[in-house]
Design a protein around this ligand. Structure first.
Ligand code: NIG
Ligand code: FE
Length: 447
């Protein structure tokens, strides 16, 4: 889009507009009978439809709801292989254990760059069509210097929020030599991965890494200029949350088994509690108690944890529905956590809200209110998506998911991309809908 776009007659506009002078998203807020103006890649104006300024192009929302694009702050998208058998066994009563990660590690090491890239693009395309306009992506299924480095390099092709997770588990070849592996992770592996990464993460859990090992990895990452986030208290009580707060991590993720001291620590710190209900769904564990965290005053985010083991969903709407139904969140709290909360967990002040100056990342629902995301679970309600002011067409995401070579990041290759998903088709050509006719009904989703 070159000129300005006015979207009018929005039934409910979720703004999360900044409170006062503080940059970035504010508390949950909505406007009814609203309008919004996009100019370039930014939101230029929001207000009542009746007071909307003129613009080059006008789109009638016909009463639909508009929300900020979802911010998925926790995902593991660079992997090969699949573990549906493990999922089926869990549903038949077998417990989830951290060791399943190793089977994905073997498949990932054996995979070509092209097949890893294809899988990553397919998942990123899935996310985009479900309204996720910013996402984080971790390494963690390579666990050698070369395999972790290629994982973060691939992730950096599609997002600016790349997380180095060399400390996911101790790989089998290290046997019981945990400290030997930690030295590799905080030394040569970190050196190889840091240039592609913004974040460092550790799976701090029984069966993965203890508090001292996690601290050693995270402090090395911080020393190398990365910011910290932690997998904490997922499978049982443990030191992860308190370590996150001690180190000033942006986020402690999972937070399923929390003591009163953990809740207090989160509530009195800037560390976001990121809840990942897809993981509890996929492992038949109890859901985290969001109500307890919110009542204590902690900041809560929701993310998918998309990965082939514990949570193979890329759907933020699904997570919102689970959070409302199973975790004691109101629809307002869940939508805030999936947008503004994710932005807070990634220390982003440009996304997660819709007010002048915000990046123009928006979702239009085929529904009049945000509550429909939980009220109509499992229904594809995302009617249209804009990313950085550009409407995402079905053609674009299908081509993207298919790894079509005409889809490139803005700025081309080699440069540091701001947000890799703002792709566009760069050459005219036949319609790109591999295996599908050009008029496939999927296109109607985002037309
Ligand atoms: O966040 N907890 C550690 N990592 C993933 C699971 C990874 C896997 O099982 O492959 C998670 O749940
Ligand atoms: Fe995870």
């Amino acid at each position: 889009m070159t000129g300005s776009l006015l979207i009018t007659r929005i039934g409910e506009l979720v703004t999360n507009a900044p409170a006062g002078e503080a940059p970035g998203p504010g508390p949950f807020a909505v406007l009814s009978d609203a309008a919004l103006v996009v100019e370039g890649d930014r939101v230029a104006w929001t207000g009542l439809s009746a007071r909307a300024p003129a613009a080059d192009e006008v789109l009638d929302a016909a009463g639909r709801a508009v929300l900020p694009g979802f911010v998925d702050s926790h995902a593991h998208l660079v992997f090969a292989g699949e573990r549906s058998g493990e999922f089926a066994a869990r549903m038949a009563g077998r417990p989830y254990a951290a060791g399943g990660i190793r089977s994905t590690v073997l498949a990932t090491r054996a995979a070509s760059d092209a097949s890893l890239r294809a899988g990553l693009h397919r998942l990123a395309g899935e996310m985009l069509r479900q309204g996720t306009t910013t996402f984080e992506c971790k390494s963690g299924y390579g666990l050698t210097v070369a395999d972790e480095a290629r994982s973060v390099a691939l992730a950096a092709e599609v997002t600016a929020e790349v997380t180095y997770l060399g400390a996911h588990v101790v790989p089998a070849e290290f046997g019981a030599d945990v400290s030997g592996y930690v030295e590799l992770v905080r030394g040569p592996m970190l050196e190889a991965c840091a240039p592609f990464s913004r974040w460092v993460d550790v799976f701090c859990e029984r069966g993965a890494f203890g508090a001292d090992e996690a601290r050693a990895v995270l402090t090395a990452g911080l020393g190398r200029g990365l910011m910290a986030r932690i997998h904490a208290n997922q499978l049982g009580p443990g030191p992860g949350v308190r370590l996150a707060v001690e180190l000033g991590a942006a986020s402690a993720d999972h937070c399923t088994f929390l003591s009163a001291a953990d809740v207090d620590a989160l509530a009195s710190s800037g560390t976001v509690a990121t809840l990942l209900p897809g993981a509890e769904f996929g492992t038949r564990q109890p859901y985290p108690d969001a109500r307890r965290l919110l009542s204590a005053g902690a900041v809560v985010a929701l993310a998918t944890d998309c990965n082939p083991g514990s949570s193979y969903t890329s759907s933020m709407p699904f997570c919102v529905a689970l959070a409302v139904r199973e975790m004691g969140m109101t629809t307002e709290e869940a939508v805030w956590a999936a947008t503004a909360g994710g932005a807070r967990a990634l220390c982003r002040t440009d996304v997660g809200y819709l007010a002048p100056g915000a990046r123009a990342d928006l979702i239009m629902l085929a529904a009049p209110a945000h509550a429909y995301l939980a009220y109509r679970p499992g229904v594809p309600l995302v009617h249209a998506v804009w990313q950085s002011g550009r409407r995402v067409s079905a053609e674009t995401w299908l081509a993207f998911a298919a790894g079509d070579s005409r889809v490139v990041a803005p700025g081309g290759h080699g440069g540091h991309i701001v947000e890799g998903l703002a792709f566009e088709l760069v050459a005219a050509g036949p319609r790109v809908a591999p295996g599908l006719p050009g008029d496939h009904p999927l296109e109607a989703l985002v037309k």
